[in-house]
Design a protein around this ligand. Structure first.
Ligand SMILES: *Cc1c(COP(=O)(O)O)cnc(C)c1O
Length: 451
């Protein structure tokens, strides 16, 4: 436990308490007793800063009772497969401090639509986001899953067929389920790669079996299981040939690598804010073309039978508004950094390959994902290496977690020494080298041969 990290939190919290004085006081200023509290508060901050400087004092452990501080991004290297792309930028963390209140972006909502708010510049952000993913229109949504749902709910009727891959995320299945659709899975084969041919064959098979064409193709650019890259460009072409709308699932791509939906041939692009755009959960993006926008982003038509009330400015698939506070503001604050970082995707891939290359020097270690890697999310197999140690170790599989934790590395699936995943996204070269050396050191400690 790092005393400095704890003291930074303590100082931040103490400043929040000072801020709270202003939220409770009359807008005309602090009264005598509040001035005294303010002065005491400043002294408290100064004391904490002194302790921070000296690296001394009592370390705080909780935000509030029962809610522990979260310090894994400060004190550890976190290789958790799902957390790396959603790590907030400092800009997002600051925005969250300022816009954490409930409906905080609604101060100047003129037409009752989130995507039309000019101050803060939510409207402008929507326009830039559309350009960023190479599509015509976007909405922010509470997670990629809600993007899938908006599309299935608009396009799929009961019994309609939807093509997904045999590596599809469960949220794709559920989005089809609530729309009453039927799943047709594309086999990824021994290579665990979805090809355009396999998609075409699955469409043909579905047609033969049921006499009808699927209503939607939903395929991930990068799957959550292997982190493999699938042929979305080829699939875009197949979708065009069959005239079936194509939802490009960019949950592990948008915000990490450059993505242009129109070049891919996508009708819908879905991204995840908390998975890959350095944003607060739940957040995400649903983008579409001018052709499909009137379908998915259609206006409400319902009216009350007694009051006659109607809500034409609202979009039913969005249930009106979606991300009205810290979520959207965190996306916006991170956006400049996200636009910049996708330009350096090659470097992320290189770091991923460097790590895997070093990892494979340990005899018995295997890579289950495609190799060379094209993504930072990788699945590894350590049954012939670390799992052999686990078999006789008194801590069993936890020995590896223990060893990693000792070296300030967390995020591997605790207790698993068989087949597991990790993500190197966003780690500096120094951290990548540190991480690689840590695994080699553990191997050496347990006398696993290193090539
Ligand atoms: C994480 C993930 C999702 C779900 O994303 P949310 O933003 O959490 O809804 C969907 N598909 C894939 C491939 C994913 O990896």
């Amino acid at each position: 436990m790092d005393i400095r990290v704890r003291k930074i939190y303590e100082a931040l919290f103490a400043l929040e308490d000072l801020r709270e004085l202003y939220r409770q006081a009359l807008p005309t200023g602090l009264d005598e007793s509040e001035e005294e509290q303010f002065s005491n508060g400043i002294t408290r901050v100064e004391t904490i800063l002194k302790e921070l400087k000296d690296g001394k004092g009592n370390p705080i452990k909780q935000v509030v009772p029962k809610l522990e501080l979260r310090t894994r991004e400060e004190e550890f290297i976190n290789i958790n497969p799902i957390q790396s792309g959603g790590r907030l930028t400092p800009e997002a963390r600051k925005a969250l401090i300022a816009y954490g209140d409930g409906y905080s972006v609604c101060d100047k909502c003129l037409v009752g639509r989130l995507d039309k708010i000019r101050k803060p510049p939510v409207e402008e952000f929507h326009a830039e986001l559309a350009e960023f993913v190479g599509m015509d229109e976007v909405r922010v949504v509470p997670g990629a899953r809600r993007g899938f749902q908006a599309v299935t709910s608009s396009l799929i009727e009961i019994g309609d067929l939807v093509i997904v891959s045999d590596l599809a995320h469960y949220t794709e299945f559920l989005a089809v389920e609530i729309a009453g659709g039927v799943i047709k899975e594309v086999p990824s084969g021994a290579n665990h790669i979805i090809t355009a041919d396999a998609v075409a064959e699955t469409i043909e098979r579905a047609k033969e079996e049921t006499g009808k064409l699927p209503k939607l193709i939903m395929i991930e650019h990068v799957d959550y299981n292997f982190g493999n890259e699938h042929d979305v460009y080829g699939i875009g072409k197949v979708a065009k040939d069959y005239d079936i709308p194509f939802l490009y699932n960019g949950a592990y791509a948008v915000g990490m690598m450059p993505v242009n939906g129109k070049e891919i041939g996508a009708d819908f692009v879905v991204g995840s804010g908390h998975k890959a755009m350095a944003a607060v959960a739940p957040s995400g993006v649903l983008a579409t073309t001018a052709e499909w926008a009137p379908t998915v982003f259609r206006s409400s038509h319902i009216a009350g039978d007694v009051t006659g009330r109607s809500f034409e400015t609202k979009e039913p698939e969005m249930l009106g508004c979606t991300l009205m506070g810290g979520t959207v503001v965190s996306m916006m604050a991170s956006f400049p950094a996200v636009k910049e970082r996708v330009q350096h995707w090659d470097d992320e891939v290189e770091k991923s390959n460097y790590f895997v290359h070093e990892f494979l020097r340990i005899e018995g270690n295997k890579i289950v994902s495609e190799y060379p890697r094209k993504h930072s999310l990788s699945k590894v197999d350590t049954r012939d290496s670390f799992d052999r140690i686990a078999k006789t170790h008194k801590r069993r599989g936890y020995f590896l977690s223990d060893e990693l934790k000792k070296r300030k590395i967390v995020g591997e699936f605790a207790g698993s020494t068989r087949v597991w995943k990790l993500n190197t996204y966003g780690l500096s070269w120094e951290r990548i080298k540190y991480l690689s050396e840590a695994f080699l050191a553990i191997a050496e400690k347990y006398e696993l041969p290193v090539r």
